[in-house]
Design a protein around this ligand. Sequence first.
Ligand code: WT7
Length: 649
Amino acid sequence: MSDSHVYPVMPSIAQKAHADEAKYQALYQQSVTDPEGFWREHGQILDWMAPYTKVKHTSFDTGHVDIRWFEDGTLNVAANCIDRHLKDKGDQVALIWEGDDPKDDATLTYHQLHQQVCQFANVLKDNGVRKGDVVCLYMPMVMEAAVAMLACARIGAVHTVVFGGFSPEALAGRIIDSNAKVVVTADEGIRGGRAVPLKKNVDDALANPNVKSIEKVVVYQRTGGDIDWHNHRDVWWHEATAKVSDNCPAEEMKAEDPLFILYTSGSTGTPKGVLHTTGGYLVYAAMTFKYVFDYQEGDVFWCTADVGWITGHSYLVYGPLANGAKTILFEGVPTYPSTARMSEVVDKHQVNILYTAPTAIRALMAKGNEAVAGTQRDSLRIMGSVGEPINPEAWEWYHSTIGNQACPIVDTWWQTETGGILITPLPGATALKPGSATRPFFGVQPALVDNMGHILEGATEGNLVMLDSWPGQMRTVFGDHDRFEQTYFSTFKGMYFTGDGARRDEDGYYWITGRVDDVLNISGHRMGTAEVESALVAFDKIAEAAIVGVPHDIKGQAIYAYITLNAGEVPSAELHKEVKEWVRKEIGPIATPDFIHWTDALPKTRSGKIMRRILRKIATGDTGSLGDTSTLADPSVVDKLIAEKESVV
Ligand code: WT7
């Protein structure tokens, strides 16, 4: 290995691992030379109702993009995540819930989970939900969130989980686009000691006259806080479940029937409904969970993500449960009530595998040893990172301070669109380099291309693409297949474009350098610049806005907003606050601008296109190398912006 900071594979891990280096090499080779044979065999990680005879039917040809896996097989996701484990581990814990308050916790065994999922599936049916209908879940991190997802899967309903931190407007937009029939929510959520008014947000969203599809709102009682009630529409979770039987057969689904829609931000337009289907998604989630985290029977797995993100779908619920694992669902935040909370939870539940995000790691690192005060963390065996590039300094701290230098770190690169992990170390096979996501998972064929789409060989840097399909790949943008093709398959013909840039070193390791499009990554959350900009210009005092990302120590990136006010409006501290509150209300707290730069003019080309490249450089203070500004309609705006930057807060 060329680089100096290399952590060799730990022999103790390799000995027991599902894959050591020789096995990784052999399986990887087979997976790319004979994908059909490889996945025919590994599709057997699931129980199928009718076996598949067809395995792979995929095309990345622009104009004819078509992705199908295991298409003539049938199965049920809930049956694979629950029923098939009942015989051997019915009395074993499936879900561990850790409340926001360290005194609150609970568990569900596979039997109990089965019973609750069947009951709630019957509640959904009683409220008019049929196979193929869309159910919107706007839930706090309670076990019922997972129960509701699995209940949808059981009856063939399609869930769309909306992160509880999104605003009523953002929720309404997703309900309208998905045409959801029922919303499942809670009276309030609790995070970091503060109540989140979920039911009120749902009421506000449904007051939007364009929301017409919702027939019922099922409300889980989490806090008992005061809420408004609409008798014709609202249903209490506990009352409805008390009335139904706990017998509910699992619907036989085709492999390509939709399982869920999850909205994510892109560089243009409104959030896209990423559609994942049943068979391929679950095969891929189950298989990556087993190999990437080297899951061993009895392990306690903790993924700190919210179920509102793809990480919560694939590695909090579906991947772990398909493997019969014990998975922790954490209601709170890693730093509440104290900085040592994450470490305390690890000790309390004897966590073996911990999966978290660089932003959380950096926030803890800033507090030094306080983050581990009074804890041992000696149950940990494997640790993971996801969501954004992890800087080597944070990697080293995570490894030494949280992991006692005893655990390999899997830096897993993937996306909402990919369904599961694509580039990652395997604990028993891959020597680690801090900051590198290392090598492709089985069946994954990454490549780097230049801006013309030419494939680059050897150690190099370029745009990260995938040359062939894998079973967990998204199938379409819900309701807009053209947009799917345009977004992912038109930049580089015949290839899936990830939107990320990457470097490949002499050992073939990938180093993700970040987005090359207008997508920001704020604390591991994706945010489209266009989305924040359109929220800003919807504010009645704002004429024009442009958003760029600037580096931030904890969040990775922060939002820097250039704003031009309408004639007659003057910047003020008051307005600064108003604008921030507006964005919180329009999208949610994660989209709030960190910096506001009031300006009279933005740098535009003669055709009126805002030159973000220049705005990015000014925002980061990198004004020594602005590049060619001669194509600007008015080159003098640049000096003006640089001067104004002095007073930006
Ligand atoms: C974008 C996808 C996949 C679950 C969480 C985010 C960035 C994700 C890594 C990583 C470097 C990463 C990429 C990607 N990203 N993981 N390990 N190293 N960058 O899902 O919201 O769909 O965002 O997150 O830029 O494109 P998402």
